[in-house]
Design a protein around this ligand. Structure first.
Ligand SMILES: Cc1cc2nc3c(=O)[nH]c(=O)nc-3n(C[C@H](O)[C@H](O)[C@H](O)COP(=O)(O)OP(=O)(O)OC[C@H]3O[C@@H](n4cnc5c(N)ncnc54)[C@H](O)[C@@H]3O)c2cc1C
Length: 419
């Protein structure tokens, strides 16, 4: 009862704060700073990181209070939904104080240097090397599919620090400066027309010992923490604002929000969870429920979405604040990818001939098409559907490991076949 009353007080206070403080004429930078200082940017996080350590229900009510006045959301991206939770779990007090405030107010952007050519699903086989030289590490190697690297100031990096150890045991996790000499970023173009991805080449790049996260050789465990947050659809660091993009912090936040709505791409829509709302718009505008051939499939999808929301909420409620999502979260990731594919197929079909066009002159001004082109990504990014099924089979259901796996796990990395 006391908790309920406290939560209600928080919400009333938040509503008042948003009414008094939201001002679309403020610059994006000032608005994000104001949000972070108030603790309403990421209500579930601690104060140092723009939060108030609220529970899920109170945090949701704060977010609703923000939306009810039309206020723009906090920064969104790898910094907020991957780096911050990893820092909460593994960062020293000094590292948290150095990095979290600039994540909460959006002034420092991050990317994730995990995947390599030949080492995506088999990430533990990675070959980027980091060698200790005094109190600094020298890094050499190549990463790929690095979302947002072209705009990033910092990266979370995993590199091999001991090739004599088995592959999972010789990896270390670093906080890496992307602006230094020795780092080259080459954008890759996707079938959506966008360039969210990059290749990143590191030649004698440096990272200081104070920017090692976790113990030497424990990088696999730290990286698994990061990935479990990536697979969690209820991650409190996700927001509805566009991720990764070049944000002009001096621009009035109202103008920025309007431009973002006009120029959204499939990536932003997918990552901000906006696909469902967009799909509902297509269904309404095309009157798809009136089509008897579609009704059954729409009902099926509506049930899946309802069950998905229920199971996401259940997982989030069961998780203690700041805890790491377990392997079961892979179920949610697989379901999310499947629902994305169904929404894509039904949405394009509901549009009829317009579904085949690539043009802004279509239902939702072409935004649903951009989302549709991006949907295959959700069954790949953060671990493919097949890998998620392996995780569920081995770590949740206790089924036998993949054939040959134990041999791969025990041999020194340097003796394993490469690529
Ligand atoms: C939108 C998007 C954003 C991304 N952003 C980033 C990023 O910012 N940073 C980053 O580091 N990476 C990023 N990635 C890369 C992503 O993590 C990898 O693409 C993913 O892990 C798969 O690796 P791969 O592409 O090398 O495919 P592979 O591992 O080569 O897989 C190819 C196929 O083989 C299957 N397969 C592989 N191993 C097994 C197995 N053991 N059992 C059954 N099937 C298997 C896979 O499921 C897949 O179908 C991103 C990817 C996407 C799509």
């Amino acid at each position: 009862m006391a908790d309920k009353q406290a939560a209600e007080e928080v919400v009333v206070e938040a509503q008042l704060w948003f009414r008094e403080n939201w001002d679309p004429a403020l610059s994006v930078g000032d608005w994000w700073q104001r949000l972070a200082s108030s603790g309403y940017a990421f209500p579930r996080w601690p104060a140092l990181a723009g939060g108030r350590s609220l529970d899920k229900a109170a945090a949701r009510a704060v977010i609703e209070a923000r939306r009810s006045v039309g206020a723009y959301g906090p920064p969104n991206g790898i910094a907020t939904f991957l780096v911050a939770p990893t820092l909460f779990q593994y960062g020293s007090e000094e590292q948290q104080a150095r990095y979290l405030p600039a994540i909460a107010n959006g002034t420092v952007r991050w990317c994730q240097l995990f995947s390599e050519p030949g080492y995506g699903s088999d990430m533990a086989g990675l070959s980027t090397r980091a060698e200790l030289d005094g109190d600094e590490w020298t890094v050499n190697g190549q990463k790929v599919w690095t979302s947002g690297a072209h705009n990033a100031d910092y990266a979370i990096l995993i590199a091999r620090t001991d090739p004599d150890k088995p592959k999972h045991k010789g990896i270390t996790f670093f906080l890496f400066d992307m602006g230094q000499p020795g780092v080259e970023v080459r954008p890759l173009r996707e079938m959506t027309g966008g360039t969210a991805f990059n290749e990143v080449f590191m030649s004698d790049a440096r990272v200081h010992e104070r920017d090692r996260l976790g113990d030497i050789g424990a990088g696999w465990h730290v990286a698994m923490t990061t990935l479990s947050h990536e697979r969690n659809p209820e991650n409190p660091g996700l927001s509805e604002t566009a991720p990764f993009g070049e944000v002009d912090l001096a621009m009035p936040v109202g103008d920025h929000a309007a431009a973002e709505a006009r120029n959204a791409d499939g990536f932003s829509v997918s990552l901000s969870g906006g696909g469902g709302a967009l799909f509902d718009r297509v269904v309404a505008e095309t009157d798809a429920w009136a089509n008897p051939l579609m009704r059954q499939r729409l009902v099926e999808l509506a049930s899946m979405r309802r069950i998905g929301r229920w199971s996401n909420a259940r997982t989030a409620t069961r998780m203690k604040a700041g805890a790491q999502p377990g392997p079961r979260v892979s179920t949610q990731k697989i379901n999310g990818a499947e629902m994305g594919r169904r929404m894509r197929d039904l949405g394009l079909e509901a549009m009829g001939a317009e579904g085949m066009l690539w043009s802004d002159d279509t239902v939702t001004d072409g935004l649903f098409h951009r989302y549709a082109m991006f949907t295959p990504a959700s069954s790949i990014a953060g671990g493919t559907d097949e890998v998620m099924r392996n995780v569920l089979g081995e770590r949740v259901l206790g089924l036998p490991r993949e054939p040959g796996d134990s041999d791969q796990r025990e041999k020194p990395w340097k003796d394993l076949p490469k690529g």
